[in-house]
Design a protein around this ligand. Structure first.
Ligand SMILES: NC(=O)c1ccc[n+]([C@@H]2O[C@H](COP(=O)([O-])OP(=O)(O)OC[C@H]3O[C@@H](n4cnc5c(N)ncnc54)[C@H](O)[C@@H]3O)[C@@H](O)[C@H]2O)c1
Length: 380
């Protein structure tokens, strides 16, 4: 169950709207700020898709949704939030401006997460004059309301306590937080994706394959393997009975063969953009982006549901988490139905209920960061 009382989303594009959907569907109130006059419509579209996906995960009904408010300023959006997620375009100057404003107006113990795909938190938190120690990168994957992973990265000024609280906050909305051990640009996920993307651009540019053929080569083969075991465990199995050592002995030397062009980027000119975009249009066979989003969501839910039944019913990988997440959401949904009965019970037993809200306690932990700051204790 969520430990977030009130969230703020700064930026409501592809990623910001995905965060809003995950938070609202967990019953959390969210205030959003986005200067785009179309923001409300766009967030509405994403919410529609997210509700549709969650209905497949929870045939018994969804929890009561949190309330969404469109704020007129960042200050208004963050004023009473204990968790703020920034998802504005990937430009350092804009991140600085927005984070400075968030920092100036958010409660001191609120955790600030940035969705950045690759900017180091150290480079962003210099703009936060009051409490830079509460900034973490919380890098999600699209669609945020379905894919559970969030990479957490701390900067030089981030306190370890803030990372711990962030881990709890993200986990409480059904996510799998992985803390990146050393701060590097693009973190782990996008380092891998960039390498594959660069190579894919070469392969299409050089006419080795079309975008559709490349996607087929991925989705009919190692893409399926990666979804359930990742890279290293798959290779361990590929080594046969002798496992990883044998796999490395056999395939390690190939790394020196001229197989890849990974260090170079093809020139990103109009010709390359036209080639890729035209082939991508053909591949879509007339399906709109929204239609493709629905297909993607249905497939992702189906994959996670299938994985949740593996491992003697305990679930495997993302499926094990999916099982826990849907169980928690179903419990939350069950609470909304007998609301009147619960309210009545509350009225007769006020003392017990008052002890319940673990919700308020958790974010307050960030206060430890304040204490630590005063005592000069910093992340190493
Ligand atoms: N798209 C992805 O797959 C993906 C995945 C993970 C992380 N990210 C990261 O998430 C962040 C957002 O990316 P996106 O793909 O959602 O971009 P996007 O362009 O879809 O959305 C950005 C939104 O920010 C709004 N915005 C612009 N200036 C603003 C301001 N001053 N205050 C508040 N809102 C403002 C825009 O109106 C827009 O709605 C980036 O840092 C990106 O690197 C993107």
């Amino acid at each position: 169950m969520s430990i977030i009382n009130k969230a703020a989303a700064i930026g409501g594009g592809v990623i910001g709207a995905g965060w809003v959907a995950r938070l609202l569907l967990n019953g959390i109130d969210v205030a959003i700020f986005d200067p785009d006059p179309e923001a409300s419509r766009k967030v509405g579209e994403v919410m529609k898709g997210a509700r549709r996906a969650y209905k497949q995960m929870l045939p018994g009904g969804l929890p009561k949704e949190g309330k969404l408010t469109f704020a007129k300023t960042i200050a208004e959006a963050v004023a009473d939030a204990d968790f703020i997620q920034e998802s504005v375009p990937e430009r350092l100057d804009l991140k600085h401006k927005v984070l400075a404003e968030i920092d100036a107006h958010a409660p001191a113990n609120a955790i600030v997460g940035s969705s950045t795909s690759g900017i180091k938190p150290t480079d962003m938190q210099v703009a936060m004059k009051k409490h830079p120690e509460r900034l973490v990168v919380g890098h999600p994957f699209n669609p945020v309301y379905l894919l559970p992973l969030v990479e957490i990265v701390g900067g030089e000024q981030t306190f370890p306590e803030a990372i711990e609280v962030a881990k709890e906050l993200y986990a409480s909305i059904g996510m799998k937080p992985v803390v990146v051990r050393k701060e590097i640009e693009a973190f782990v996920g996008d380092r891998l994706l960039e390498a594959a993307w660069r190579e894919a651009l070469w392969l299409v540019k050089d006419g080795i394959c079309t975008v559709e053929e490349l996607d087929d080569i991925m989705r009919y083969s190692f893409g399926l393997r990666w979804a359930q075991m990742g890279m290293f465990q798959v290779y361990r199995v590929a080594g046969g009975e002798a496992g990883m050592r044998h796999f490395m002995a056999q395939f390690g030397p190939c790394l020196k063969w001229p197989w890849t062009k990974l260090m170079d980027v093809p020139e990103f000119n109009d010709e390359l953009v036209d080639l890729i975009a035209t082939q991508s249009d053909e591949q879509a066979h007339g399906l709109s982006i929204r239609e493709l989003e629905r297909i993607r969501d249905d497939n992702l839910v189906a994959i996670m549901e299938a994985l949740s039944k593996q491992n003697k019913g305990k679930g495997w990988g993302a499926g094990a988490l999916h099982k826990d997440y849907t169980r928690e959401l179903a419990k939350l949904a069950a609470k909304k139905a007998p609301a009147k009965a619960v309210a009545k019970a509350k009225a007769t037993k006020p003392a017990k209920k008052a002890a319940k809200p673990a919700k308020v306690e958790k974010p307050a932990k960030a206060g430890k960061a304040d204490k630590a700051k005063k005592s000069g204790k910093k992340k190493g």
